[in-house]
Design a protein around this ligand. Structure first.
Ligand code: URA
Ligand code: SF4
Ligand code: URA
Length: 273
């Protein structure tokens, strides 16, 4: 059956199955059309307000080169990163990572093996923000490389993003002992790094993963349930909160809302071009 599906759809279904979705929830009836060539009313559907799931599943257009758009799009920039070229911002991110690697601004510096600054594309369109490094991240010095990270990679693939295309960071860059939640003063101490990362990467959309990241990014004490399901703005960037991949590993019922959140993110990125 799978070999009759358009490759992008088959691939998406395979990933969804991998990440534990045995049922999928389709946003519009248009999805049942299997293929461009067997869907004579495709053109009509395409011009409908709801673009249809087959369209949603198409690979997103390549982002325009940031360097080219940057000079004419300074308004999108916020903070000091605004006027700099993409390569200047990437270089500044490297400098910032160097500064973080020596940071002792909070007590989390005491137990760490590595400072886990961030990874991915320095000028990514999509930035994901987690809570803080776990054991494997602390060992490798990279965010989301343990079990939650493997699931995150699959979630990203399901919306047609490779990890190398997105930028991934955490609210705190050093591992909290026993993976406890970071304390408020630790989040505050580390906040400058996160804000600067956002200003330098200039993502089009940010996704906060889990309650701790959402509360820290949004400066809120509301529950994740209250924070998800709508758009927020962080340093001028449209921001969405969803469940943490580690929570999905434990609570299967978070998978459907997470998938829905990520579809909204993908659609927004597509709208933004
Ligand atoms: N959980 C997080 O919040 N961040 C990581 O980098 C890994 C697991
Ligand atoms: Fe510095 Fe952040 Fe690490 Fe604290 S968690 S020591 S503020 S880098
Ligand atoms: N509660 C959290 O703190 N995070 C989640 O991802 C889900 C529930």
């Amino acid at each position: 059956m799978n070999n009759r599906l358009p490759p992008a759809l088959a691939e998406t279904l395979t990933y969804l199955n991998d990440i534990g979705y045995t049922e999928i929830y389709l946003p519009s009836p248009a999805v049942t059309q299997p293929d461009e060539h067997t869907a004579p009313d495709r053109a009509a559907r395409r011009s409908a307000p709801d673009r249809g799931a087959a369209n949603r599943l198409a690979k997103p257009a390549q982002p325009p080169p940031r360097a080219a758009s940057n000079s004419t799009d300074a308004s999108r920039a916020s903070g000091k990163g605004g006027e700099a070229s993409a390569s200047e911002r990437a270089a500044a991110l490297e400098v910032l990572a160097g500064q973080a690697s020596a940071c002792t601004a909070c007590r989390l510096s005491e137990g760490r093996q590595s400072v886990v600054f961030g990874s991915g594309h320095a000028n990514a369109r999509l930035m994901l923000v987690g809570e803080g490094p776990g054991a494997e991240e602390d060992r490798q010095g990279l965010p989301f490389v343990g079990p939650a990270g493997e699931l995150l990679t699959k979630i990203l693939k399901a919306i047609h993003f490779e990890r190398s295309e997105v930028y991934i960071a955490n609210v705190v860059k050093c591992r909290p002992p026993q993976n406890r939640d970071p304390d408020r003063d630790e989040v505050t101490a580390c906040r400058g790094f996160l804000e600067r990362q956002i200003e330098l990467v200039q993502p089009r959309v940010i996704v906060a993963l889990g309650r701790v990241a959402a509360q820290a990014l949004l400066g809120s004490t509301d529950s994740l349930g209250r924070l998800r399901g709508r758009w927020h703005t962080v340093l001028g960037v449209p921001t969405r909160a969803t469940y943490h991949p580690a929570a999905l590993l434990r609570y299967a019922h978070y998978k459907r809302p997470t998938w829905e959140d990520m579809q909204v993110v993908r659609d927004r990125l597509r709208e933004l071009g």
